[in-house]
Design a protein around this ligand. Structure first.
Ligand code: BT5
Length: 260
């Protein structure tokens, strides 16, 4: 099946819009959300002309090879609690979908990248971008964008990022993007149902975090800090132990984590 013909059975993705080319599925879905698009609205693109990462960075993807999509959530109260947790379940769901459809062991890199650990380093397979949409200046909904490098040939990976990898590169065979998307949505919906019934995904997300106990560099707006990745606290903030044994806490959205 073509990505353009995909329909999901559940409510996450029931309202789906496919774009052969879009600026950014996140940008477009933020607009649609402000105009009242329902929870579960899914935007998919085969190509983005202005794909975005965190902190103004770009997300690159060769046309027709990747999974580029965004999902709209209208979390219940307390909004901030759910806001922090929806990206966690999206990351967990995508890691499981990747394992199921491609047999690739992807881990979660704080805050929400999917990485493959190999040769003492890590390689980025997917990135997540959670953004809050406001209506009349009041935070009202959440858009989570996901970019997964699916069938990017190994030779094209260096053009994306120095440490990029793809499911094709890791598994040695092409992966059906529709099967991946379907497995992801099924798992994300099951997790979201549990979250709304009171289950807290934070312990599972925290346990799934990669690179614990290993050296990292934290890039902040004021320079790079070296230490050991300890994990995340109850708010999902990154905990890094510095060389002088001091524990430092970094919020999502402020810093970038790299292996050293
Ligand atoms: C992210 O940002 O990892 C979030 C990426 C979210 C992309 C999706 S695609 C659908 C939706 N629509 C959008 O416009 N965005 C979302 P960040 O942690 O800031 O990582 C960005 C950095 O990753 C870049 O500066 C590059 O170094 C690197 N990069 C860019 N494209 C990459 C790729 N395809 N694979 C691996 N690394 C990449």
């Amino acid at each position: 099946m073509e990505l353009s013909a995909y329909r999901h059975q559940g409510y996450l993705g029931a309202n789906v819009h496919y774009f052969a080319q879009a600026s950014s599925t996140n940008t477009l879905l933020l607009q649609a959300g402000a105009e009242g698009a329902p929870e579960g609205t899914l935007f998919i693109a085969d190509e983005q002309t202005a794909g975005r990462g965190r902190m103004g960075r770009r997300w690159e993807a060769p046309p027709g090879t990747c999974l580029l999509c965004s999902l709209l959530f209208r979390p219940p109260a307390p909004f901030d609690y759910h806001l922090a947790r929806v990206p966690m379940i999206v990351g967990l769901a995508m890691a499981e979908a990747v394992r199921q459809t491609a047999g690739v062991d992807a881990r979660l890199k704080w805050p929400n990248d999917l990485i493959v650990e190999r040769d003492g380093s890590w390689f980025k397979l997917a990135g997540l971008l959670g953004e809050v949409g406001a209506v009349e200046n009041v935070p009202a909904f959440l858009v989570v964008g996901i970019g997964v490098n699916v069938n990017v040939p190994p030779a094209q990976l260096p053009a994306l990022a120095p440490n990029a990898t793809s499911l094709l590169a890791e598994s040695g065979r092409p992966v059906d993007r529709v099967a991946l998307l379907d497995a992801f949505l099924t798992r994300a919906e099951a997790y979201y149902d549990r979250l709304r019934r009171g289950w807290d995904p934070l312990p599972r997300w925290r346990q799934a975090l990669a690179w614990k106990g290993r050296p990292v560099a934290v890039q902040t707006s004021r320079g790079t800090i070296h230490g050991v990745m300890e994990g995340a606290d109850d708010d999902g903030a990154l905990l890094v132990r510095l060389r002088n044994d001091e524990m430092r806490r970094f919020s999502v959205g402020d810093v970038t984590l790299r292996p050293t």
